[in-house]
Every structure is written in structure tokens, then in C-alpha cells.
Ligand binder design. Structure first.
Ligand SMILES: Cc1cc2nc3c(=O)[nH]c(=O)nc-3n(C[C@H](O)[C@H](O)[C@H](O)COP(=O)(O)OP(=O)(O)OC[C@H]3O[C@@H](n4cnc5c(N)ncnc54)[C@H](O)[C@@H]3O)c2cc1C
Length: 400
């Protein structure tokens, strides 16, 4: 029998598997997909993820892909001037940090390879469809494999790393959609884009925003996020192309570029998740909640949530107690660490869809480079979110 069953082999599931494997636990990881598989994503990873990737033993693999390293963020508001902000060099750092920019198709496949290499039992094309319970605690899963043959697996702990459509949401009614308009994200890779420098280029203008960054080998990734209503029923391919080219900064970058694949899209972005009330189950990665990708830290939060989950799981195993009483420490710790970041993301959402505020903030950041660096340090998960989510910071920003 396994010690832990993990549902999902994205960054969070793989990070949990690697962490638990290192502590000597027997892990079975099920994913409904066959790897390599793709995913709609901005594809840049907060610089703060580097030490975690190193601890997990995957950084060398990723570096071997010759990924791009980005120096920070360039941002423009409603076709105004672009401002460029570097990640800050904080005390104790030898140099300014950079962020990895690598296609998810390759990143996730390499994560999965590492998981297999360390000896975790990986079951691809295994879709988990239900939880098993004993005395009110989750103690296993059931599902279907690639031949449509049913399987059951038992373990005292199940980690749901199933992402935005995690099984727990359906089975335990845990998902809380954020109010407001439904967002849709559309993404594709381009060749021949003229990207001036190694930054993630964020261009905010009606009807939404784009993130463009080089992912190496003359390829750039371009994600467009808009309110669904703004599409007026148009097909994603045409809408994406027309909208992208409406912005002067993007036109400059893409004038000689070619979109090399059909547009992939994903709906309804931000949501939060209610705490799990039973024992034997932990939720990591996007399954613990999702913030709009404007601030681009989903992968870091996924890795970090799995690190916390592994520590809490280890305590539960040492006590042979997988009850909610013991496991809820995970919920407390992840809230302490992430809640302010989620709040910052929600503030950004309000801000970018208002031209008045967006222009004002971008101008303020241009006038006060030290505030801009502080903010990008928080976005890059290098500094705690409270550095920017404070009355003092907001006052300085608004008076700049
Ligand atoms: C438009 C967009 C842009 C983004 N840009 C960025 C960015 O630039 N930088 C960044 O850091 N983050 C970004 N993110 C967020 C990032 O993609 C996620 O935070 C990250 O993928 C979460 O990883 P995960 O492992 O939790 O989930 P996932 O990567 O979604 O993996 C979940 C896995 O679970 C499997 N699964 C699901 N259900 C089951 C089941 N029942 N049985 C078996 N397997 C199952 C799936 O097949 C999948 O492989 C972006 C997200 C979006 C939508």
C-alpha cells in the first residue's frame, strides 16, 4: 500500500511527490494525461522559485533546456510609454535575480521525468473519479485507466494537485468563483518576434491585457486575457489576432512575427477554495485557489504550497494521525504565507481595467523607480506581499 496518493502531475503534484519521496514515503502519482502535455500559461516563473526547483532536484534539468532568463517586467498602460523594471537585488544576493521562461510542454515533462527517475510510481492516463472514505477520513481513490478499466488505490493521505478542475471541487463543493465578469485567456507561441530585451512585456489596453515573453529558440509566448463579453461571440483565433494587433507596442514586437500554432484558450480565471473539512486530504497548487495570472506567480505558489504540504504530511505520518485536526495546520500556514499576495492580485485586477488608475500607477512607478522595484520584488515573490500591501506603500504610490 502507498503512503500517499497524488492526483495530478503538474508542478504542484510533482513537487509534492519529489518532497515526499525524499523523506522516504511511498508515493503513487496519477495523472489523467499522457506526458508531455501542454497547458495555457504565461510560462515565466517567479525568480523565488529557483531555490525550490534546486531543492527538488529539477533546476539542472530545466537549465539544460537553455531557457530564457528574464530580468524583470516591462509594462505599459493603454498604449502609453513602456516602463522597464528590474527585479531588485536584495540583501544577501550576489546579483539581481532573474526568472525562468520556459514552455510548459517542456517544463512539466521534465518535472515528470524527475519524479519517475527518483522512483515514484507514476500512473499516466489514470483519471481519478472519486475518493474512498473510512471513518470520515479520505483513505484512497478510485478511477479509470487508459483501457477504461477501473482501479482503486488506498493510502492514509491523498493530495489533490488536480489544478483548476480538481476532483475535490466537484466531490466536496469547495470552489468559490470570484464574482464579476468571466475572463478568458488565449495563448499561442510566435516565431520572429522583435523583443527588445529579456523582460516579460505586459501591455494593458482595451479590452484586456497581454503578456509577451521570449521562451528561447526564437520563440515567444503571447497570452491575451479579456472579459468574455468583449468577444461578442467571435471565434478565439480571429479575436486574438485582431485584439493583439490593436496595440501599438505589440504591433512593433510582432510586425515580422508569425503565430506558429492555433490559439489555445481557457475560461474563468480567478477563484478561491473553501477549507477541506475531512481528514486524509490536502489540496495543493491551483487546487487551493487561483489568482488571475497578471502577476504571474501560479507556479511559484504551487511549488511553495507543496513544500508546506509535505512538512505537514510528514508531521501527520510521525503521529500516525491524518485527521483534519492535524492537517489543518497546512491551511493556516498557507493562508499566512499567501493571503496578502492574493489580495494584491485582486487589487491589480481592479486597477488594470480602469484606465484612470492604471495610467496613474504606471506614471507613479516611472517617477519613483524604488517603488517600482519594491512592487516587482513582491510580484516576483522575492519580498513579502505586505511590503506592497500596506497603507504606507499605497500612499507613497498615489502621491508620487
Ligand atoms: C492564462 C494563464 C497564464 C498563466 N501564466 C502563468 C505564468 O506566467 N507564471 C506562473 O507561474 N503561472 C502562471 N499561470 C498559473 C499556472 O499555470 C498554474 O498556477 C500552475 O499550472 C498550477 O500547477 P498545478 O500543478 O497546481 O496544476 P496543473 O498544472 O493544472 O496540473 C494539474 C494536473 O492534474 C491532472 N488532473 C486533474 N484532474 C485529474 C484527475 N481527476 N485525475 C487525474 N489527473 C488529474 C491534469 O491532467 C494536470 O496534469 C497561468 C495560468 C493561466 C490560466
Amino acid at each position: 500500500m502507498a503512503d500517499v496518493i497524488i492526483i495530478g502531475g503538474g508542478p504542484s503534484g510533482c513537487a509534492a511527490a519529489l518532497g515526499l519521496n525524499r523523506l522516504g514515503y511511498r508515493v503513487v502519482l496519477c495523472d489523467q494525461a499522457k506526458f508531455p502535455r501542454d497547458k495555457v500559461c504565461g510560462e515565466f516563473i517567479s525568480p523565488a522559485a529557483d531555490p525550490i526547483l534546486k531543492r527538488l532536484g529539477v533546476l539542472d534539468r530545466i537549465e539544460a533546456l537553455s531557457p530564457k532568463r528574464l530580468k524583470g517586467v516591462a509594462i505599459s498602460s493603454y498604449e502609453g510609454e513602456e516602463i522597464v523594471i528590474d527585479y531588485p537585488q536584495l540583501p544577501g544576493m550576489d546579483a539581481r535575480p532573474t526568472s525562468l521562461s520556459v514552455p510548459r510542454y517542456e517544463l512539466d515533462a521534465n518535472f515528470m521525468e524527475q519524479v519517475k527517475q527518483v522512483g515514484v510510481e507514476v500512473r499516466e492516463q489514470h483519471k481519478v473519479t472519486d475518493f474512498l472514505f473510512a471513518e470520515g477520513l479520505v483513505n484512497g481513490v478510485r478511477g479509470w485507466d487508459e483501457n477504461k478499466t477501473s482501479f482503486t488505490l488506498k493510502a492514509p493521505l491523498v493530495i489533490d494537485a488536480g489544478g483548476r478542475n480538481a476532483l475535490s471541487f466537484k466531490k466536496m463543493d469547495l470552489k468559490k468563483e470570484s464574482g464579476g465578469d468571466t475572463k478568458i485567456a488565449m495563448a499561442a507561441h510566435w516565431e520572429g518576434a522583435k523583443i527588445a530585451d529579456d523582460y516579460c512585456y505586459m501591455h494593458v489596453s482595451r479590452p484586456g491585457y497581454t503578456g509577451i515573453s521570449s521562451v528561447g529558440k526564437d520563440r515567444a509566448n503571447l497570452v491575451l486575457v479579456v472579459n468574455r463579453q468583449s468577444m461578442h461571440g467571435e471565434k478565439p483565433d480571429k479575436f486574438y489576432m485582431d485584439t493583439v494587433m490593436q496595440n501599438c507596442h505589440r504591433r512593433k514586437i510582432l510586425q515580422d512575427a508569425e503565430c506558429i500554432e492555433s490559439i489555445r484558450s481557457i475560461e474563468s480565471l480567478a477563484f478561491s477554495v473553501k477549507p477541506v473539512t475531512c481528514g486524509g486530504l490536502l489540496l495543493v497548487g491551483d487546487a487551493m485557489g487561483f489568482i488571475d495570472p497578471f502577476t504571474g506567480e501560479g507556479i511559484y505558489l504551487s511549488l511553495r504550497s507543496s513544500e508546506i504540504a509535505v512538512e505537514v504530511a510528514d508531521k501527520a505520518f510521525k503521529k500516525s494521525d491524518w485527521s483534519n485536526e492535524v492537517l489543518k495546520d497546512y491551511e493556516v500556514r498557507r493562508r499566512q504565507e499567501f493571503d496578502k499576495k492574493f489580495l494584491l492580485s485582486r487589487l491589480f485586477q481592479k486597477l488594470i481595467y480602469s484606465r484612470f488608475f492604471c495610467d496613474r500607477v504606471v506614471r507613479a512607478l516611472q517617477r519613483k523607480p524604488e517603488l517600482a522595484e519594491t512592487l516587482v520584488g513582491v510580484i516576483g515573490d522575492l519580498s513579502p506581499a505586505q511590503t506592497a500591501v500596506s497603507f504606507k506603500f499605497l500612499l507613497r504610490l498615489m502621491s508620487a
